[in-house]
Write a protein that binds this ligand. Sequence first.
Ligand code: R5P
Length: 289
Amino acid sequence: MAKRGEKIVIACSGGKHVARKIARKINAKYSEVKTEEFPDSEIKVNLPEVKNKKVYFVQSFYKEKTDINDKIIEVLFCAYTARELKAKKVFLIAPYLAYMREDKRFNKGEAISAKIISKLFNVFNKVYAVEPHLHRFNSFKEFFSNAKKIKLDVETAEYINKNIKEPYVLVGPDSESEQWVKAVAKKLNKKYVILNKERFSSKKVKVKGEEIENKNVVIIDDIISTGNTLIEASKLIKANNIYFIGMHGLFSGNAIKNLNKKGKVVTSNSIPNKAGKIDCSKAIAKKIK
Ligand code: R5P
């Protein structure tokens, strides 16, 4: 019988790349969800012993073997099952929390998906999300009462300090990116430049602003999806080396290939990929301890 309050970290299908590290850092047991898929693509989850335990499900919502929506269903099945099986507390750790970009009704009749996700995830005692995309909302509190943000400004600044030589300048490709650039700049005691972006569609953007000339230029954004925001921003830059730093590397289509032609791409490991050099597990462990 588990001791009351004993901690267990359980990796869902999108969490295995960081869950074990988190478990080690918080001295918790580690296990994985067993997921069975039926011929018609329904799934069934099977959990290890959770009774009386504080359960931390780790799920990053990205498209790989299964897609984002499958990962949502999987983690919801896990959370409801853990509650039924009398877990003491049920938490979600989301290295990358999807659907946060749909945070307003951009066009008549559209769903505000971010709000719906927050309602669905009410089943968790708390949701810990690494650098969530909070743009139109200033904080989680406004729409996601049980969620907590985990920042990576320290880790990003450390990466820059260790790997990028002076002189360099920090740049944000659009006004929304300022929250990330500013936080990192503060840690590095550097000034920064913010450009302006106009979005025409999910794939087409235009970035305007001053031309930036320096030996090294580091552009920081939260999400890299098509990579077009960063590629457009790089058109205003004259530098020997351009570094593209993203909190989350979604890399849809040819993003990584296109960005690699222009500079070096670095992201956190919230989503597993080769650019994931900034480890988010330490910041997660610190927050949930
Ligand atoms: C937008 O609001 C985000 O902060 C990113 O700038 C955006 O998601 C990047 O998308 P993409 O790589 O497709 O330009």
